[in-house]
Design a protein around this ligand. Structure first.
Ligand code: SAM
Length: 428
């Protein structure tokens, strides 16, 4: 790629474009950037390149002759090329990554003409310019900053300028999205931690997290771009659906806590049970569909001090029963086995209010369960769920629970008693 920048300030432009990455690429001959002094081509005896505007008005206008002579000299010197003459102007089309890609793809010689003062004689634009590009809807003193922006953004797409094409694929605006957030060392800076997923070495998970972050921040920062997204990949469509669902969820704005439930909490807990039963029914999961858990089950848990409520501020946002009683049906595990020789507690019933489902509160519930297990002096937690209860299965896996085998629970006739058994051994 050859770029000639026609300017009244070639030294300034040269200095900027011959620094760092683009400068190194130019030194290696991967790109060629020439900054050409327009004034060197004026026929005017006083070396003038501008004059007063016809019709009056403020300021001066750059004359067509020096610009045309300068352009002719550059073209003669460069020879045959797929060439584009571009005038940087606040009246041009706003510049973006798509234009950068097009310029890199369709041309190998760009001539960037920088105006100054009040602009350039219109006849030069009519006669010699192929395209006008604007850096944005504001007015600069001269075209140099805009020309440098175009030259830099086009050059970095030329193979060999960056170490790998992956460096720009996936960056902001490559496919209509903004880039995911980036972090470097240290892991903890002024109390702010790097997201856990980036530290685990699971490349698939990292890729999924990053892609989702791209959608998330484009939605938040550039709703105009988000509204225009056209997705072709099923995986992207699924991520977007997930994000929309999350966005519809009630945000957690109050502190989270948990405490043992009291009699007065039972109506709120039963309301959450009803919401969970309805949600499972809608998703065709035959779990909690025979009326279980009933108020009497929860009252029993309450009596044993094994029923807890999650609080979002003062609001009851979820509940769980963590029991130290052995669950008799777990003894009949098939297709696997529980870890032997451990005293365990059992997470019997748990749910969060519909408006908080699938979000941070569910992860908080699992943390409370662990804390409560430790308070019981136990390091092993067992639980079970239906194989079609995807949200619960995901939550268990994400929380570090391992599948141990299948169990059969007691349910009313006509309902599916098959459950999957999960277990987590807490670190000391
Ligand atoms: C002060 S401006 C002239 C503006 C002109 N009188 C007008 O109102 O359209 C001087 C030069 O700066 C450059 N320039 C100013 N704003 C620009 C922008 N948003 N994008 C690209 N170039 C710009 C152009 O080359 C222009 O000739």
């Amino acid at each position: 790629m050859r770029i000639d920048i026609l300017t009244l300030f070639p030294d300034t432009v040269h200095a900027v474009l011959h620094e760092s990455i683009i400068g190194r690429a130019a030194a290696k001959g991967i790109v060629e950037i020439n900054c050409v002094q327009i004034r060197d081509y004026t026929d005017n005896k006083q070396n003038q390149v501008d004059d007063y505007p016809y019709g009056g008005g403020y300021g001066c206008v750059m004359m067509a002759q020096p610009l045309k002579s300068c352009l002719d000299a550059v073209i003669a010197q460069a020879g045959e090329h797929r060439r584009r003459v571009i005038y940087l102007s606040p009246q041009g089309q706003p510049y973006n990554q798509e234009t950068a890609k097009r310029l890199k793809r369709d041309y190998d010689h760009l001539v960037l003409v920088c105006g100054h003062y009040e602009g350039v004689d219109e006849r030069f634009i009519e006669a010699c310019v192929d395209e006008e590009i604007s850096l944005g809807d504001f007015v600069l003193t001269g075209g140099e900053i805009a020309a440098m922006a175009v030259a830099d953004s086009v050059c970095r797409l030329v193979p060999g300028v960056l170490s790998d094409e992956q460096c720009y694929i996936g960056e902001s605006h490559w496919d209509g999205l903004l880039e995911y957030p980036q972090y470097t060392r240290p892991e903890l800076w002024e109390g702010r931690a790097v997201p856990e997923v980036l530290l685990q070495g699971d490349h698939e998970k990292v890729a999924r997290w990053r892609r989702k972050q791209q959608f998330k921040r484009t939605r938040a920062k550039r709703p105009d771009l988000y509204a225009k997204l056209e997705l072709t990949e099923d995986s992207d469509r699924a991520l977007l659906a997930e994000l929309e669902k999350e966005a519809a969820r009630t945000p957690l704005t109050e502190p989270l806590s948990y405490r043992p439930a009291t009699e007065a909490d039972l109506p709120a807990i039963m309301e959450i049970v009803a919401q969970a039963q309805e949600s499972l029914r809608r998703h065709k999961v035959d779990q909690w569909q025979d009326g279980y858990p009933r108020e009497e089950n929860l009252r029993f848990d309450l009596g044993r001090g094994e029923l807890f409520v999650l609080l979002h501020g003062a609001e009851i946002a979820g509940f769980f029963t963590l029991s130290t009683r052995e669950e008799p049906t777990y003894a009949g595990i098939t297709d696997g086995k529980w870890t032997e020789g451990l005293a365990c507690c059992v997470l019997h019933r748990a749910a969060v209010a519909q408006k908080y489902r699938g979000g941070e509160l569910s992860a908080f519930l699992m943390k409370c369960v662990e804390e409560q297990a430790r308070l019981y002096g136990l390091r092993c937690i067992r639980t079970d769920t239906h194989k079609k209860n995807k949200p619960m299965l995901n939550l268990l896996r994400e929380s570090g629970y391992r599948y141990r085998g299948n169990i059969t629970v007691k349910v009313n006739d006509g309902h599916d008693p098959a459950r999957q058994g999960y277990e987590k051994i807490l670190k000391k």
